[in-house]
Design a protein around this ligand. Structure first.
Ligand SMILES: Nc1nc2c(ncn2[C@@H]2O[C@H](COP(=O)(O)OP(=O)(O)OP(=O)(O)O)[C@@H](O)[C@H]2O)c(=O)[nH]1
Ligand SMILES: [Mg+2]
Length: 307
């Protein structure tokens, strides 16, 4: 299944909510008047685009429609599509794994889907013929390393883990050494989503980030922040906090299948200025897709059934 069909399927709940509402608006379109723009703004806000961004987008649309003299429903829809695509457009949305080894650090609050995303990513790289090493950097929760071990076995990746309660920085350090010794292509590091307090967590992440920089100064490097799409605008607040601990190179938006408010994608990309690189649309290993902003917008605005 291509990204377009897969994202359409993953967006089923959002499509029932947002897409059908937009479709209804364009079906009964009688002109780009205040009523139309107000309803559009409301629809965007209800889909979690965020008040500021929704207002800005509708203002831009209003202005462009006027300036370019756009009339019919298709013309207005086309301009809306262009504006939405612009929000999601970033020059570089690749996950960089060029060097051997390359390293991906996965961060985010507890329960957002970090470990699951790592399992899915590991399976993907292994299937591409890469040697993958997982680092169990979440030493806080007893079951965390166990969960990662299951994903490692399932996907055919190696794993480096220490005892519960040990220093996460030491696990990452050992993981990097093991990757160098074993000739691994990609290292993927799990981290805790919760420690005794938030400041602890941020300090720990900053420390891990420094260790990676020191041990692999030339390596391709990703710090992926995982955000649960169902938590709405809360995800934005988390993202701002994590960005202070480590430079986030990309966002992973999980559980898009579980929300009727997929507009959160615009909020995170638009407000944070960080590209969405991956989206999770289910719990299974294949339910992780490379994000494509153009297709995402098309899937959101396309009122036809999944083909
Ligand atoms: N529906 C759906 N569920 C998901 C997705 N990604 C993860 N999950 C589920 O979310 C739950 C939490 O996932 P984890 O991967 O354990 O989350 P975590 O961030 O590692 O959590 P902590 O280790 O507690 O910090 C699990 O039940 C996953 O199966 C997704 O894209 N869609
Ligand atoms: Mg976890």
């Amino acid at each position: 299944m291509g990204f377009f069909s897969k994202i359409k399927e993953g967006l089923a709940k959002t499509r029932q909510n947002v897409t059908s509402r937009l479709q209804g608006m364009f079906d009964s379109f009688t002109g780009a008047n205040d009523e139309f723009f107000d309803e559009l703004e409301e629809t965007l806000i209800l889909s979690d685009v965020g008040v500021d961004l929704a207002t800005r987008t509708v203002d831009d649309l209003r202005e462009n429609v006027k300036r370019q003299g756009l009339h019919g429903a298709e013309e207005v829809r086309g301009e809306l599509e262009r504006l939405l695509k612009e929000i999601l457009h970033f020059e570089d949305i690749a996950i960089h794994t060029e060097t051997k080894p390359s390293i991906i650090l996965v961060i985010g609050v507890n329960g957002v889907g970090k470990t699951t995303t790592i399992g899915k990513l590991a399976a993907r790289y292994v299937s591409e013929g890469k040697k993958v090493l997982l680092c169990a950097g979440d030493t806080f929760r007893a079951a965390a390393a166990e969960q990662l071990t299951i994903w490692a076995e399932r996907s055919g990746a190696d794993i480096v883990r220490h005892e519960e309660g040990s220093d996460p920085g030491a696990v990452i350090f050992d993981g990097i050494a093991a990757a160098k010794a074993r000739g691994a292509d990609v290292i993927i590091c799990d981290t805790a989503g919760r420690l005794h307090n938030k400041q602890n967590l941020m300090n720990e992440l900053a420390k891990i980030d420094r260790i990676i920089t020191r041990e692999l100064p030339e390596a391709s490097r990703e710090n992926l922040l995982v955000i649960d799409a169902t938590t709405g605008q809360n995800g934005l607040i988390q993202a701002k906090q994590f960005s202070e601990a480590a430079k986030v190179t990309g966002l992973v938006l999980t559980k898009l299948d579980g929300t009727a408010r997929g507009g959160i994608v615009f909020a995170v990309a638009g407000e944070l200025g960080i590209p969405v690189k991956l989206v999770g649309v289910g719990e299974k290993v294949g339910d992780l897709i490379d994000f494509d902003g153009d297709d995402f917008v098309r899937a959101l605005l396309d009122g036809t059934e999944i083909g």
